[in-house]
Design a protein around this ligand. Structure first.
Ligand SMILES: NC(=O)c1ccc[n+]([C@@H]2O[C@H](COP(=O)([O-])OP(=O)(O)OC[C@H]3O[C@@H](n4cnc5c(N)ncnc54)[C@H](O)[C@@H]3O)[C@@H](O)[C@H]2O)c1
Length: 254
């Protein structure tokens, strides 16, 4: 028996790293999965892998989850294809980095849209479905949402992820009376296609933080998705509004 048996799960950004892992694992745990991505080729590969493993999945691409109308259309279509919506997993995001006095205003606006508004758009569209099911929202924040770092000028990224963490708390409050739960997972450094360039050639300040991680390794997509399976499942039915940090213990260091 799977831990997500009978659940209809919508996941954004299934073409890459943690989104692909989430599609595979949620389907393996018995969920009926619908996923979207900007990248049609990457999404098709995930769909193939899920089906090959015996899972149930509907894929849609290209869908830009950072476009409110596009994501609302996808959510309604996906909920109708799956016969409901129990889990909304807001995984997709695109970052923009630059020193505060050099970051173009367009990059700031882009990052806020692609990392924070992207969550609002999906939740807004999914709310009516989640009210019917008493469903759960899983948001992906970041440890960047609660602190600064030296190795990268991540002003827009950090501010947007702080917004995701706070929005999750507010969604828990607004959703509670409807039986809707909202949780956030804040990963530390995870090896994915988006971060592989840093793994291959880590800047010294980043390498120094890795060397101090109590569990002595960087994260893998499965580390985050395992937490998501638990939080999305009925095992977590009295957990809402939390921000679960998954970082090998790195953020407990002073
Ligand atoms: N990798 C890390 O170290 C790390 C750390 C903390 C938080 N995160 C967060 O985890 C999540 C997943 O990150 P990842 O490293 O797996 O990224 P990734 O780039 O490897 O994969 C993201 C996927 O989402 C898709 N996507 C991006 N924007 C989209 C949009 N607007 N509409 C539809 N699809 C879109 C991409 O095409 C890609 O397939 C992100 O929210 C990221 O901010 C990552």
């Amino acid at each position: 028996m799977g831990r997500l048996d009978g659940k209809a799960a919508l996941i954004t950004g299934i073409g890459g790293g943690m989104g692909r892992e989430a599609a595979l694992r949620f389907a393996a745990e018995g969920a009926r999965v619908a996923g979207c991505d900007l990248n049609a080729e990457a999404l098709e590969e995930t769909v193939r892998l899920v089906r090959e493993a015996g899972g149930e999945i509907v894929g849609s691409a290209p869908v830009d989850a950072g476009d409110g109308d596009a994501v609302a259309g996808w959510i309604d279509d996906a909920a109708s294809a799956l016969g409901g919506l129990d889990i909304l997993y807001n995984n997709a995001s695109i970052q923009r980095f630059g020193p505060i006095d050099e970051l173009p205003v367009e990059d700031w606006d882009f990052a806020i849209r692609m990392e924070l508004s992207i969550v609002f758009y999906a939740v807004r569209a999914a709310w009516k479905h989640l009210k019917r099911s008493g469903g759960v929202i899983v948001n992906i924040g970041s440890i960047a949402g609660t602190r600064g770092v030296e190795f990268m000028p991540q002003n827009a990224h950090g501010a947007a992820k702080a917004g995701v963490i706070n929005l999750t708390q507010q969604l828990a409050v607004e959703g509670g009376p409807h039986g809707i739960r909202a949780v956030c997972i804040s990963p530390g450094f995870i090896e994915t296609p988006a971060t592989r360039f840093l793994v291959e050639d880590p800047p010294p300040p980043l390498k120094a933080t890795w060397d101090r991680i109590p569990l002595r390794r960087v994260g893998q997509p499965a580390d985050v998705v395992s937490a998501a399976v638990f939080l999305a499942s009925d095992e977590a039915s009295w957990i809402t509004g939390v921000n679960l940090v998954v970082d090998g213990g790195g953020s407990v260091l002073g």
